[in-house]
Write a protein that binds this ligand. Structure first.
Ligand code: HEC
Length: 142
């Protein structure tokens, strides 16, 4: 057996292994960096629905349930404020002359009475992530 040949073979086999493992590590690293699913989505409709069901549904209802004192929020994005057919509207909101877009809704939901003094909408949502999620859900109420 030719010893020097076997040594050469062994040496190149090890380098192939080294390169292969480097390629695997690099691929995994890149996959981690470029993963299309970040740890937390920018806004998440499903989480928004959970927040809505706990904090808003009882008053406002949704496609399946009727609200109580809160106006229906079906079609709220793009609708003129206080023109919903159900629920109670304050004079303050009726006279505010607002047509809801996402920016205005976000401001209103963060602090209702600061945006529309005299509104009877009692719930504010201060967490920006929760606001993003809620808006993602409100957009789907059509
Ligand atoms: C205790 C009952 C109640 C709860 C809970 C509540 N709201 Fe309201 N909401 C109202 C009432 C009453 C109004 C009407 C306000 C007015 O006319 O001044 C209103 C108004 C609104 C409006 C404006 C509607 C329109 O037609 O112009 C939006 C948007 C809204 N609420 C979103 C929400 C969201 C989102 C939540 C949950 C985070 C929520 N509300 C929780 C009672 C409630």
């Amino acid at each position: 057996m030719n010893v020097s040949q076997s040594d050469t073979f062994h040496g190149s086999f090890t380098s192939v292994l080294k390169i292969a493992s480097w390629v695997i590590v690099a691929t995994l690293t890149l996959a981690g960096i470029m993963s299309p699913t970040p740890l937390r989505a920018a806004s998440d409709e499903a989480t928004g629905k959970q927040i809505y069901d706990v904090h808003c549904l009882g008053c406002h209802g949704d496609e399946k349930t009727t609200g109580t004192i809160g106006p229906s929020l079906i079609g709220i994005v793009g609708r003129k404020a206080a023109t919903g057919e159900s629920g109670v509207h304050s004079r303050a909101l009726m006279e505010a002359d607002i047509t809801w877009n996402e920016v205005l809704l976000r401001k209103f939901l963060a602090a209702p009475s600061r945006q529309v003094p005299g509104t009877i909408m009692p719930v504010g949502v201060s967490d920006p992530q929760q606001l993003d999620d809620l808006l993602a859900y409100l957009r789907t109420l059509r």
